[in-house]
Design a protein around this ligand. Sequence first.
Ligand code: KIV
Length: 288
Amino acid sequence: MNATSNGNLPKVTSSSLLAMKARQEKFTALTAYDYPLARILDEAGIDVLLVGDSIGMTRLGYTSTIPVTIEEILIHLQAVHRAVRRGLLVADMPYGSYHVSNRKAIKNALCLVKEGGAEAIKIEGGSKRAKLVSRLVQAEIPVMGHIGLTPQSIHVLGGYKVQGRDAASAERLLEDARQIEQAGAFSLVLEGIPSDLAREITQALSIPTIGIGAGASCDGQILVTDDLLGISFLTKPKFVRQYANLKELISNAVGRYRADCLTGEFPNESESYSGESKANLKAFTRKA
Ligand code: KIV
């Protein structure tokens, strides 16, 4: 497979990820928030596309993920859904969308599935979410769990701190992971935990783990795409590997455009219309 085509790779589903875990095959996940980037990621063969609530900080300018609403997730999910053919499309349940009652949580999750095209949803939290996970699974909604450094809990955690560093909290996280698996989740994100704990959890579970700041032993890896592409204004955590510098590329391109406009270099004759109306009509036709 080349870097820009997923060829004829089969559609990824929650069950195919479980089968990959059984075969000890690694997989990839990234966040996606809009049509063009989602299409590029999907065509590049990324297995899981997450419309994450990280959008609040990366794209909406919030200082945390706390303010993100179900409506904001929904509109971006719909755009990503229009782009994705192969990858598994997962939608994040934002803070407040599953905290009032299990009934309200199921209603919100159903909305992401029915109106947004999500094929699975992700919720943050360990043992205390087990009952909700099992209710969602009963409603035919595949659930991805998320434990460790859960950004929606920053006020309780006291900031963005690595979790599970001492024996007691590591034991609690292992128990959280077991309970989320028992409740029926098909996968589990491990965020901001020591690599050896992530390895232990990965070995203890039969569902795949997806690491972010959790070392190389997880079954899959996920990053915030904007971090990977260098288009974020947020500080770069230690675990991010930046593969491109789009901020610099964009700034450079926009600077050249500005200079060309100011000198009259743009637009030139071939970028302008003549008076022939037929040619004008043709030139305006744009196809996806
Ligand atoms: O919202 C998000 O992008 C996430 C991933 C980083 C796991 O939760």
